[in-house]
Design a protein around this ligand. Structure first.
Ligand code: ADP
Ligand code: ZN
Ligand code: ZN
Length: 740
């Protein structure tokens, strides 16, 4: 009997939540060959059409060719992805246990993953036409088109410059174009920019650090650059990038989500004398695809981007920098839960380039790696410019009367600061008016009907908002439990502190910075502009921990951080310490000397006391010892299986079945990598057991051995998709979770 030989086929990764790839044939008349690998194809999938990427050519396991469908269209003639990037994405899929198709969908700009052709990477600028040079009078004064046209009177503006600014501009420009007042011009070459006149001369420590990085060019060379705030880490990056550019190589700089401001880009452009591309989630789809393509073609030399920029193609790789490497925004919290910081190391190794992890407060993981000699550990111990590190004064507020959360000493210090014509920053990491609405007669508090959480009071008491599901409602006039009219907002958020300060300092220029007050794009820069250079007060959340220098800022007041000392999350103290150091670092950046006031009910807390006496390095040593004793990362490796469902029974049913799947490989004592070295904890309720009306629980899988943990997950996770119990739940696996 004749059997059809198994077909050579194209193995296609598709953006569907299934842990597998799919086999297709080429269209009739075309051959299967290696040239397909890395190219996008359009295929029929069920009744839909999807765009996927050919991941490999293979022999379809025993399936006769008649039963395979041909792809509908080959989109790319040449591979879209360089080999290294495709290999990295395969690694991501394996390590984070996410389907390759979903990893590709995460890594590629939206336009490209939907099948668009590679865009034109030429640059364009807008300029006034001849008519526009004289005919602006007819435009309404103060309206967007008029403002835009007036800016163009000073000369043409590049589209990518406009794109980086806070305000939408396309609509206004189109209206000008329709009136014939502006023209769009191609920009020929990348204009060389004037190098910052008299750029800084590196000090000794900076020069040593930069040299150590440059010596590593051309090979994998991980460096932890631990430099106190204001020590000039950015100047070290710039110096190393210049050396990298001189070799004709590209540099990729990752910055935290709120760190990518026009000021940051400008600083890199001025320091390097070339155009620097930005890559972040606020870019229009077309612009993202253009920048990605400019990288792929080697036209873009330097990219500064947020988390997802780690997936930039680097055909001429030179250097990767991760600024503020401890920042939580490097970890993606949904979909493919990758860590861009960790991927920076993976890519640097694959590309044989140095990777610089910079921070004033490195993650405990990085410190541990450096301690084991796996990273070169470089330090910058002094502030570089005129500034001096500010001293910290602890205000013990036990038994003190607080006015909207502020102590008398603190208010006095703010008054003195304003009197000197300087600026004060009041840091409170809680937005809204008050965290709780409380009945003083019976203790009732307003809770979200859909979450296990209290609702936050907003709008000076006029509204209750749940920060977890967004639910809003009017506060009741009387207590629903006892009928009392004694309902009072309890505690103080940024809004209430702002009110109290406005009342106490009616003359002062007062600016609030939190998620509400900075809703628009670039809202942070705008709020800071409002503050100006004169005396004033800045109130806000952790959004204030970073951002450009405020030369007149001399006082930092920290209130209400005690929650962080007692949180159930084992990372909470580390985050608190990092936040404290970062916020404190905002004071005394220029000539004006600074001071930090820390208001607390727990001045003797060991972690806080250690931080204040020995600084971050002493704190980190103690925190690492505690992690080791408790068996937490970096001394153990974790994965978290999260699930939520409408019904508790469905949730428990799934997690119990999942536990059985995980126990199989975990329990195997027959000499396999799993063995007894896997611990499984749960099903446990999630930190918030009910959210937006769904019940939530989780399983924590841990092991002192990363390979053992990976082997266990590799065997168990694919089975979870097939569990009948999985149909009534939403679930996700998070490897190296940052929130437990
Ligand atoms: P970091 O990134 O470590 O917080 P920055 O690179 O932003 O520090 O530098 C802090 C300030 O010090 C900046 O205003 C910068 O221009 C200045 N600065 C950095 N290095 C030098 C130097 N070698 N000489 C003079 N000023 C410097
Ligand atoms: Zn009551
Ligand atoms: Zn809610």
């Amino acid at each position: 009997m004749l059997v059809n030989p198994p077909a050579r086929c194209l193995r296609v990764a598709l953006p569907v939540p299934l842990p597998r790839v799919f086999d297709y044939l080429p269209p009739p008349g075309l051959e299967v060959d290696e040239g397909w690998v890395g190219c996008r194809v359009r295929v029929g999938f069920g009744r839909r059409e999807l765009v996927g990427l050919v991941e490999a050519v293979a022999v379809s396991g025993g399936v006769p060719s008649e039963s395979l469908k041909p792809v509908l269209e080959r989109i790319d003639a040449k591979p879209l992805l360089p080999e290294e990037l495709l290999a990295t994405l395969r690694w991501v899929s394996g390590y984070y246990h996410a389907p390759l198709g979903e990893v590709l969908a995460t890594a590629l700009p939206a336009d490209l993953r939907q099948g668009a052709p590679l865009p034109d990477t030429g640059r364009f600028a807008w300029a006034l036409s001849e008519a526009g040079a004289t005919g602006l009078e007819r435009l309404r004064r103060g309206a967007r088109p008029r403002q835009l046209a007036e800016r163009l009177q000073a000369g043409a503006i590049a589209e990518d410059t406009l794109e980086l600014e806070a305000t939408p501009w396309r609509e206004a420009m189109r209206s000008l174009q329709q009136r014939g007042l502006v023209v769009r011009q191609a920009l020929q070459a990348v204009p060389a920019m004037p190098l910052e006149p008299g750029g800084v001369t590196l000090n000794g420590e900076q020069a040593t650090a930069a040299q150590a990085i440059v010596e590593g060019l051309g090979r994998f060379h991980p460096v932890l650059l631990e430099g106190v705030t204001g020590s000039g880490k950015t100047e070290v990056y710039l110096d190393a990038i210049r050396a990298c550019l001189a070799q004709g190589r590209q540099a990729l700089v990752l910055v935290p989500e709120i760190g990518l401001t026009p000021q940051t880009l400008q600083r890199f452009e001025r320091g390097l004398g070339i155009r620097v591309h930005a890559l972040h989630s606020n870019l229009a789809d077309g612009e993202r695809a253009r920048t990605w393509t400019a990288m792929a073609r080697g036209e873009a030399q330097v990219v500064v981007g947020t988390r997802s920029a780690i997936f930039s193609p680097l055909p001429r790789p030179g250097l990767i920098v991760v600024d503020e490497e401890h920042d939580a925004s490097y970890k993606q919290q949904d979909g493919v839960r990758y860590s861009a910081r960790d991927l920076a190391l993976v890519r640097a190794r694959a590309l044989s380039v140095p990777v610089v992890l910079g921070s004033a407060t490195p993650s405990l993981e990085s410190l541990a790696q450096a301690g084991r000699g796996l990273y070169r550990h470089l330090g910058l111990s002094q502030r570089a410019g005129a500034g001096r590190a500010p001293p910290v004064r602890v205000l013990d507020v036990r038994k003190r009367r607080l006015e909207s959360g502020l102590s008398g000493d603190m208010l006095d210090a703010i008054a003195a600061c304003l009197a000197r014509g300087e600026q004060a920053l009041v840091f409170r990491n809680r937005r809204g008016y008050a965290p709780v609405l409380l009945c003083h007669d019976c203790g009732w508090s307003a809770e979200c009907p859909r979450c296990d959480a209290r609702m936050t009071v907003h709008g000076r008491g006029r509204q209750l908002i749940c920060h977890h599901c967004g639910a809003r409602r009017r506060p009741p006039t009387a207590c629903p439990d006892c009928g009392s009219l004694g309902l009072q907002p309890q505690g103080a958020g940024t809004e209430r502190i702002e009110d109290a300060l406005a009342e106490r300092f009616p003359e002062a220029n007062l600016v609030r910075v939190d998620r509400e007050s900075t809703r628009q794009r670039d809202g942070l820069s705008r709020q800071l502009q409002k503050l100006g250079d004169g005396a004033g007060i800045l109130v806000g959340t952790q959004m204030l921990a970073k951002g450009h220098d405020l030369a007149r800022l001399s006082l930092v007041c920290v209130v209400g951080i005690d929650e962080g000392l007692f949180s159930a999350d084992f990372r909470a103290p580390e985050r608190l310490a990092q936040l404290l150091i970062q916020v404190s670092g905002r004071a005394g950046r220029a000539e004006v000397p600074g001071e930090v006031l820390l208001q607390t009910h727990h001045p003797e807390h060991p972690l806080l006391a250690t931080l204040l006496q020995g600084g971050y390095p002493a704190f980190a040593r103690l925190a690492l010892e505690e992690r080791e004793l408790a068996g937490f990362p970096p001394f153990a490796h974790l994965a978290l299986l999260r699930a939520d469902a409408a019904q508790e029974a469905a949730l428990q049913g799934f997690l119990n079945a999942a536990r059985t799947c995980l126990e199989g490989p975990a329990r195997d004592a027959a000499g396999r990598p799993g063995g007894q070295r896997i611990g499984i904890l749960g099903p446990l309720p999630a930190p918030m057991p009910r959210r937006a009306g769904r019940v939530r629980a989780q399983l924590l899988v841990s092991s002192p051995s990363r390979p053992a943990l990976q082997a266990c997950l590799a065997e168990a996770v694919p089975r979870l998709y097939d569990l009948p119990q999985s149909r009534k739940v939403r679930w996700s696996i998070d490897v190296d979770p940052v929130d437990l």
